[in-house]
Design a protein around this ligand. Structure first.
Ligand code: FAS
Ligand code: PHB
Length: 389
């Protein structure tokens, strides 16, 4: 088999890139190790930056997101019963859109099917070859047979546990990592959200987040221990803990109900450099991970896809390598700013096991400074709604 771009991974990064390339007549094949249903069963991100919405429009896949997505002009941060609303409209007049990653991925899969772009599911043993040559190729197992795809480029969109990052030689690649001493226990419930905007809460018992997917579907998180298991938490225990962590005004009106999904995500900051080696380009979680506190994971995958798509377009349209040659530098410049914001939000809003009384005073002072300082609110708003590409 031959194609122009072999894409490893059928998550949001790989699917979005394949649909953008299709729009300009560049052929791509997506190799995904799971079934479509398995990919769609994952409950992950919930907030889309304008840049992501614009890319979905560019890919011709934004209809449902614009119809069903919820534009949000602000977000609430609280510290026990103190709180501040960050008003996006006041500072930058650019909303975010609350629309689940699951729905983004579903829309991308539907577009791939409607347009006949190739997504091979349940592949295994994917290996990347001759990446430092002009004629790279990919081998893999599919339907019980060994297959080979010859291509011009390989896009490594296969997430943190994929094969692509590890295909860059150890003496070329440098990894940067910070592991946080807690996780997030997430719960999805068919209940009305407790507030019409997201609430990020820092309390004496730890962090909590009140989010949503629609006016009838809520998504909540509480900071939990690394050795916690989702099955250790009854719904009642989750709701009781959430109520203790959010401001009492909201706790009193929280509508609880049975969980339809409950899972724990570990938190880490991670970046690999470079994001390009020869004809291989890493995108999204394959290259970097952020703690979800800044709602940046999916959105920074989107900015990678933007830079890579621009570079590939330049290559195929103008036979100009400038965009692909500068991909890693451009993508990493924004990635590190997003890593900083996600680390800062996580440090501001969580309780750490080794925190001293002085550390707690610093956290509280940071939140009160935010509450009382428009310039600080503007800085947070700029990062939350999305830095420019
Ligand atoms: P993905 O991991 O989504 O997709 C990679 C795909 O590659 C997967 O479908 C995988 O099956 C496939 N793959 C892996 N290895 C392969 C191989 N060898 N061959 C073929 N295919 C292979 N972000 C937020 O903004 N907010 C959140 O609340 C949030 N919560 C998260 C919770 C969890 C548990 C996780 C893991 C991530 C969360 N994220 C969140 C981040 C998440 O949204 C990612 O940023 C987003 O999925 C990135 O998309 P991709 O880069 O496509 O990677
Ligand atoms: C979510 O709705 O899942 C969500 C929203 C904002 C975050 C993290 C997760 O920062």
């Amino acid at each position: 088999m031959r194609t122009q771009v072999a894409i490893i991974g059928g998550g949001p990064s790989g699917l979005l890139l394949s649909q953008l390339l299709h729009r300009i007549g560049v052929e791509a094949v997506v190799l995904e190790r799971q079934t479509r249903d398995h990919v769609l069963s994952r409950i992950r991100a919930g907030v889309l930056e304008k840049g992501m919405m614009d890319l979905l429009r560019q890919a011709g896949v934004d209809d449902r997101a614009r119809r069903e997505g919820l534009p949000h002009d602000g977000v609430v941060l609280s510290y026990d019963d103190d709180r501040v609303r960050i008003d996006f409209a006041e500072h930058i007049d650019q909303p975010v859109t609350v629309y689940g990653q699951t729905e983004v991925t579903r829309d991308l899969y539907d577009a791939a099917e409607a347009r006949g772009t190739t997504v091979l599911h349940e592949v295994s043993d994917v290996e990347l070859h001759d990446l430092d040559e002009d004629t790279p190729y990919v081998t893999f197992m599919h339907d019980g047979q060994e297959k080979r795809i010859d291509c011009d480029f390989v896009a490594g969109c296969d997430g943190f546990h994929g094969v692509s990052r590890k295909s860059i030689p150890d003496d070329v690649r440098r990894d940067y990592e910070k592991i946080y001493p807690f996780g997030w226990l997430g719960l999805l419930s068919e209940t009305p959200p407790v507030h019409d905007e997201l609430i990020y809460a820092n309390s004496g018992r730890g962090f909590a987040l009140c989010s949503m997917r629609s006016p009838h579907l809520s998504r909540y998180y509480v900071q939990c221990r690394l050795d916690d298991r989702a099955e250790d938490w009854s719904d009642e225990a989750f709701w009781a803990e959430l109520k203790r962590r959010i401001p009492s005004e909201f706790a009193e009106k929280l509508v609880t109900g049975p969980s339809i999904e409950k899972s724990i995500a570990p938190l880490r900051s991670f970046v690999t450099e470079p994001m390009r080696w020869g004809r291989l380009f890493l995108c999204g979680d394959a290259a970097h991970i952020v703690p979800p506190t800044g709602a940046k994971g999916l959105n920074s995958a989107a900015s990678d896809v933007h830079y890579l798509f621009e570079g590939l377009s330049q290559w195929y349209r103008d036979s100009d390598a400038e965009g692909v040659d500068r991909y890693s530098e451009r993508a990493l410049d924004r990635v590190w700013k997003v890593e900083r914001f996600s680390w800062w939000m996580t440090s501001l809003l969580h309780r750490f096991p080794d925190q001293t009384d002085f550390d707690l005073k610093m956290q509280r002072a940071e939140l009160l400074y935010l509450r009382d300082t428009p310039a600080a609110q503007e800085a947070l708003a700029l990062n939350y709604v999305g830095l420019p590409y």
